[in-house]
Design a binder for this molecule. Structure first.
Ligand code: ZN
Length: 202
């Protein structure tokens, strides 16, 4: 539209989620007009992150080093393990500051049609770690399955729990049910049904 270099920048910006043509153009103009230094810093941060952030060898979350800060932290309870679908889910749980255990990131959900099975979800790696902790006399006491509350997430939770049952003390599923501020009459019947089933003592 303006110049080939400008058009290319717009095209690359559109890789970002919820950034369409107009937003990308606005971003490109903004950087060129007012924020050239910051634009270069952004490019450098992108370059470093894309080239250097890797997968933690223990939890499969994102990490700058072979082992991520959570797995390397001796204060974290390594007898409590939370299994999530994505690194984003791990970040979301970390931000609640209510979990002191460690994580394992599946990297998706079970989907045989798309070729995503035990191998892609790292089940062997997970079992290897659980076994190693047993051998070290430090077995995982509880695994929390925090996969999404979708059909795929539920199927994945069931699949993982069957695979790891022999190696852990207890397996639990995060509570599903009424969200904070949720009014019962507006909930779908599946959510309300689950909330009733998962009721706890007060
Ligand atoms: Zn880790």
């Amino acid at each position: 539209m303006l110049t080939p270099k400008f058009d290319n920048l717009v095209k690359e910006l559109k890789v970002l989620p919820s950034v369409g043509q107009k937003t990308a153009q606005r971003m490109a103009l903004h950087l060129l007009n007012h924020k050239r230094t910051q634009g270069i810093q952004l490019a450098e941060a992108l370059m470093i992150a894309m080239n250097e952030i890797k997968q933690c060898q223990i939890c499969r979350g994102f990490s700058d080093d072979d082992i991520c800060p959570i797995c390397a932290n001796p204060q974290r309870d390594n007898q409590l393990l939370c299994i999530v679908e994505t690194a984003g889910d791990m970040v979301a749980i970390e931000q609640t500051a209510s979990f002191q255990g460690r994580y394992f990131v599946l990297g998706g959900y079970l989907s045989p049609i798309d070729g995503i099975g035990a191998e892609q979800l790292g089940i062997d790696q997970l079992i290897f770690q659980l076994k190693r902790q047993i051998d070290e006399g430090n077995p995982v006491k509880e695994v929390i399955l925090a996969t999404n509350n979708t059909v795929e997430g539920q199927t994945t939770a069931f699949f993982v729990s069957e695979a790891i049952k022999p190696y852990v003390g207890q397996i639990s599923r995060i509570a599903q049910g009424v969200p904070m501020g949720g009014e019962l009459e507006y909930l779908d019947s599946m959510t309300l049904g689950q909330a009733l089933q998962n009721r706890g003592k007060i």
